[in-house]
Design a protein around this ligand. Structure first.
Ligand code: 13P
Length: 256
């Protein structure tokens, strides 16, 4: 489903990396490199303690700020957590359902659904992360896994925000240096669009933006950018380097 109207979006998921000094340095370098980069959407998701620095440093630039996780409740006695409602006015994007949260912190599809609903209700932009494990791919379960993650993830949701972002991140490609092939990701992206069309409608399926995540770097990014259904990348390791990350943004800005 080629749709040139989908604005590519590159996310930098810093995960739990960098001291404050390094984070500030990286933010300043990113601002210098991408300050007026309006061709595509760029969103930086730093660790929560550096959120204030990110908001201050990137203020009135074209770079958006996101967070890596939220609690599904709007407030309450949940030590150590943050809600989507609290982030309104400070950040634009929220990653929901990252595989590291699913696998290391036991997040279920049901909890991902509750978080996704809280982000949509708060009026923030979700980045819903989905993807199969190596075993699931090898046993031919990829489509079933994506179906389960999406259909449970979308439970009770009547409409998706326009241009909502879904990050397809096969677990085996994350942080391994072993990216999926562009053709494999293109096929998965078509599967995701078909599932969204089945659950919602064709217009929604054609408008959602699908990122690929998993060992994306400035060398392999162009192969993904050339695929008609891949609308950007969610970048982990390479987002910790301003030159690499900016190069990936440039590639997606000129990739279609
Ligand atoms: P890497 O780019 O380090 O493989 O991480 C991908 C990822 O998990 C982004 O959310």
């Amino acid at each position: 489903m080629v749709n040139v109207n989908r604005t590519p979006i590159i996310g930098g998921n810093w995960k739990m990396h960098h001291t404050r000094a390094l984070a500030r340095e990286l933010l300043s370098s990113l601002r210098a490199a991408l300050e007026e980069f309006n061709q595509i959407d760029v969103v930086i998701c730093p660790p929560a303690p550096w959120l204030g620095d990110a908001i201050d440093t990137l203020e009135s630039s074209s770079i958006l700020v996101g967070v890596q996780n939220v609690h599904s409740a709007s407030e309450g006695a949940f030590t150590g957590e943050q809600s989507a409602a609290m982030l309104v006015g400070s950040v634009d994007y929220v990653i929901v359902g990252h595989s590291e949260r699913r696998l290391m912190f036991g997040e279920t599809d049901r909890q991902v659904n509750e978080k996704l609903r809280s982000v949509i209700d708060a009026g923030l932009e979700p980045i819903l992360a989905i993807g199969e494990s190596q075993d699931e791919r090898e046993s031919g379960e990829t489509e079933n896994v994506l179906r389960r993650q999406l259909f449970t993830g979308f439970d009770s949701i009547k409409m998706l925000p326009t241009g909502m972002v879904i990050a397809y991140e096969p677990v085996w490609a994350i942080g391994t240096g072993m990216s999926a092939s562009p053709e494999m990701v293109q096929m998965a992206a078509v599967t995701v669009r078909n599932l969204v069309a089945e659950r919602f409608d064709e217009i929604t399926a054609n408008s959602i933006r699908i990122q690929y995540g998993g060992s994306v770097n400035s060398t392999n990014a162009s192969e993904f950018a050339e695929q008609p259904d891949i609308d950007g990348a969610l970048v982990g390791g390479a987002s910790l380097n301003a030159d690499d990350f900016s190069a990936i943004c440039e590639i997606f800005a000129h990739g279609r």
